[in-house]
Design a protein around this ligand. Structure first.
Ligand code: CA
Ligand code: CA
Length: 381
């Protein structure tokens, strides 16, 4: 409970053939890829920013936009290290009242107290707005059933500590499946006022199916999971990675959904992150075509995938579907689908590789989640 997230850039290098874990841990040279040359020509600089992985054009020593006077020169420059004041911030200025019920932030696979799949700065931002906010920590690599039991126990703790009748549950990625299990199978529909999911694999994630076809023996899988788990979580204990993969597989989704019907007492809403290899204007338009509400997408660019997610982009998206590096937009839709944010699977919960707000898109995870919380309050939740 109340776990403080630590550095979002903890690099963990783990050998091993398990594709899904590799997606999360093996290409961890974030921030190391650097543009060799600093292009002073604006067009060249834009092109370089487009070619480089996210964060790849960033230098701690030299801010080209600062040197060249491009901040505030009247033209939106997307390749700057910090958001150019000429570029718009996405979304409304968050404002509103505290939620009636406490907010519980629940993490997905490989989340916990550290690393890129743990909430970073979100709990603090919501607490500063006056909401009662708690953060879960459940086994990072385990089945929905095991994670769900742990989540339910932590919800009980929040209810006991606050005296509240209900909570507002916010879940990232696999956490959304845990949450639905807790509501429907464990019978918590009377204690959960709302469920907000962000890029949860409600219709599965192709990378999980792929990992299962490649998976070596469970002992090796779980050995890797234990190694990673110890870095990201205090409760990694005895991992069961295969069960986590099976829970998220596309081949499991229909059966899970059939036995996990929504509870009428709960308000369900969902968001999806969307990101791409190049973050180009064309990618933005492809995303907009499937995202519904595009008010949180920039006009002329898109988020770039974090380096860790790049090798698996084609598998995750079945070749051409829009996704956030782990989960497709189509899979993330559940209940009241609110639309997309320009973010990859780590950005969504505050782990941007760039400065905040993202200079490429104008999207700020704190601003986004603050608005989500105020909207829950406005619903009387
Ligand atoms: Ca400018
Ligand atoms: Ca990104």
């Amino acid at each position: 409970m109340n776990v403080q997230s630590r550095t979002p850039r903890l690099s963990i290098l783990v050998p091993g053939p398990a594709a899904a874990l590799a997606a999360l841990v093996s290409v961890a040279a974030v921030g190391c890829a650097s543009a060799d040359e600093v292009a002073y020509d604006k067009a060249e600089a834009d092109l370089a920013a487009e070619e480089a992985p996210e964060g790849g054009g960033k230098s701690d020593f030299l801010d080209v936009c600062d040197l060249a006077g491009w901040y505030g020169d009247g033209t939106c420059d997307r390749m700057c290290q910090s958001l150019d004041p000429d570029c718009p911030l996405l979304g409304p200025e968050p404002t509103g009242a505290a939620t009636r019920f406490p907010i519980v932030l629940h993490h997905g696979m490989a989340g916990g107290r550290a690393w890129i799949l743990t909430y970073h700065g979100i709990r603090e931002a919501l607490a500063a707005d006056g909401h009662a906010v708690y953060q879960t920590q459940v086994p990072p690599f385990d089945s929905v059933e095991v994670r769900g039991e742990a989540l339910a126990a932590q919800i009980d703790e929040v209810l006991a500590a606050t005296g509240a009748e209900k909570i507002n549950l916010v879940a990232h990625a696999m956490g959304g499946l845990d949450a639905r299990y807790v509501i429907s199978t464990l019978g918590y529909g009377d204690r959960i006022a709302s469920l907000t999911t962000m890029s949860s694999p409600h219709r599965g994630a192709a990378l999980a199916d792929f990992a299962l076809t490649l998976a070596p023996g469970d002992l090796l899988l779980d050995g890797i999971a234990a190694l990673v788990g110890a870095h990201v979580s205090d409760v990694a204990g005895d991992p069961d990675l295969r069960s986590a993969m099976e829970a998220m597989a596309e081949s499991s989704a229909a059966a899970f959904n059939a036995r996990t019907p929504d509870d009428d007492r709960v308000y369900y809403q969902s968001w999806s992150g969307v990101s791409s290899l190049r973050g180009s204007a064309a990618d933005r338009d492809r995303a907009a075509a499937v995202c519904g509400d595009v008010s949180l997408l920039p006009d002329d660019s898109l988020d770039k995938l974090r380096l860790e997610f790049m090798p698996f982009a084609s598998i995750v998206g079945h070749g051409s579907d829009q996704h956030d590096g782990m989960v497709t937009v189509a899979s993330a839709r559940w209940g009241d689908f609110r639309g997309c944010v320009p973010a990859d699977h780590a950005d969504e919960i505050g782990n941007l590789t760039t400065s905040r707000p993202n200079p490429r898109t104008g999207w700020d995870p704190e601003r986004f989640w603050r608005q989500v919380a105020f909207e829950l309050a406005a619903r009387g939740l």
